[in-house]
Write a protein that binds this ligand. Structure first.
Ligand code: IMP
Length: 427
């Protein structure tokens, strides 16, 4: 299977790395590619009992033999990139080959500054961003005042571009936000300091990946953020500033849609969200606290506690539809072993009406309350199960019920954090 997309089907943090791990057991992966977002993502990878967190680097960075690619749709903070690489090297990790697109936009320190002041200015309407400068970097890209990785190799061009970017920004910072102006020279100097180390990594990643696909190599497009955080298809405005949906992979990587063979949506057996925005199945009671504690639901990137709730099949069906999912990978099923009964949201009630599909408007979604169906729990530890038949009958029934209501077959299930703790449902 040459081109596989793995993406988040909820609001992020679904455990996408687990699906990648399972894929790698059957097909050696030649390329692992990030196509959107930046160091706002948080992947936790457990290798030989050791926990590693990556934010910008593709998880393939820990896979010997695989080339990691940061494609053109990603916004790259060179500072974060090298901090992450050096962090892994310091722990004795053998870091895999890394390629960075010349077209990727740069996150400079001023983007993070603007991200934070904008959030503060929004007050109670704030998005709850990661404060990493993701939104301002994408805004500069769309406003055509962005700096790209290739610009770091030409001081004259770089200076012109930083000047253009800061021209309006500095007016905003000083006159609206009452902050000090950012100095062009300091920004240019910092960005130039990364150029030498970056140069050997930089290439035309679209060409690289298309050639790899022509040669029938296996390319894994590793999603960051998730469907419900997509700027077009998520819960706007409480979203990130890129397109984590499957369509975004083509744009971000420079490959055509006809090249993609599988689109795997990773989905938790319950739901979590960080940051602000609507979340119909959110729990404010003991169950929510228990999901948070048992699931270790704390953000990898920001250390924020994640909001927790039950599985939402309306969201699952929506994710199946907008991404054209060929399959789902269900994670963290083991966490639900503590409950006698497990509620699943099968539809919403909006102003007295039962609604089966994602509501069309933001207002309706804010008014949606979950309609629950209740499933018998299995109340046991399933983390040692390695096949579907080994799962308790009630856990099997839960997985089968979710499959029927979620719009795509469930290919695999995660039963623990370790790489091997997976169960294949449909081989
Ligand atoms: P931004 O991407 O930093 O602009 O944040 C926008 C929204 O997306 C906020 O609610 C963040 O918490 C959320 N977000 C961004 N990246 C991730 C992620 O990798 N997992 C979960 N939520 C994320």
């Amino acid at each position: 299977m040459p081109a596989i997309v793995v993406l988040g089907a909820q609001w992020g943090d679904e455990g996408k790395g687990k699906a990648t791990d399972l894929l790698a057991t059957t097909d050696p992966i030649d390329y692992v590619v990030r196509t959107s977002g930046g160091h706002n993502a948080g992947h936790t990878i457990v290798v030989n009992g050791e926990k590693y967190a990556t934010h910008l680097l593709p998880s393939g960075i820990l896979t010997p033999g695989a080339t990691s690619v940061i494609a053109g749709g990603v916004v790259v903070s060179p500072e974060a990139l090298f901090r992450e690489l050096d962090g892994l090297i310091a722990r004795g990790v053998e870091v895999a080959d890394l390629k960075v697109s010349a077209n990727a936009h740069v996150i400079a320190s001023y983007h993070a500054t603007i991200d934070k002041v904008t959030e503060r200015f929004l007050g109670k309407n704030q998005i709850g961003t990661t404060g990493r400068g993701i939104g301002p970097a994408y805004a500069d890209k769309i406003n055509r005042v962005g700096v790209r990785i290739a610009d770091l190799f030409d001081e004259k061009i770089l200076t012109q571009k930083v000047e253009a970017a800061l021209d309006v920004r500095n007016h905003l910072l000083t006159k609206v936000y009452n902050r000090r102006a950012i100095e062009v020279d300091a920004v240019v100097e910092e960005l130039l300091s990364y150029a030498d180390r970056l140069r050997p990594m930089v290439c035309d990643t679209s060409l690289l990946l298309n050639k790899a696909l022509d040669a029938d190599q296996t390319v894994l497009f590793e999603g960051a953020q998730a469907t419900m955080l997509d700027v077009d298809h998520g819960t706007y405005p409480f979203v990130t500033s890129s397109n984590p949906v499957a369509g975004g992979v083509c744009v971000g990587a420079g490959i055509g849609p006809t090249r993609i063979d599988r689109v795997v949506g990773v989905i938790k057996a319950y739901t979590t969200r960080v940051g602000s925005g609507p979340f119909p199945t959110e729990l404010f009671d003991e169950d929510g606290v228990q999901l948070q504690q048992l699931g270790g639901e704390i953000g990898v990137s920001t250390g924020r506690t994640r909001r927790c709730g039950w599985y939402d099949a309306v969201v699952a069906r929506y994710a199946s539809r907008v991404n054209g999912l060929t399959e789902l990978f269900l994670t963290k099923l083991d966490i639900l072993g503590a409950w006698e009964q497990i509620p699943v949201c099968v539809a919403y009630e909006i102003d007295g009406q039962r609604v089966e599909e994602m509501p069309m408007t933001q207002t309706e979604f804010h008014h949606a309350t979950p309609v629950y169906e209740y499933f018998e729990g299995w109340q046991s530890d399933i983390s040692g199960c390695r096949s579907f038949d080994e799962l308790p009958k009630n856990a099997q029934a839960y997985v089968q019920a979710l499959e029927e209501m979620s719009g795509a077959p469930i290919w695999g299930v995660g039963v623990g954090p370790g790489r091997e703790q997976t169960v294949v449902v449909h081989g």
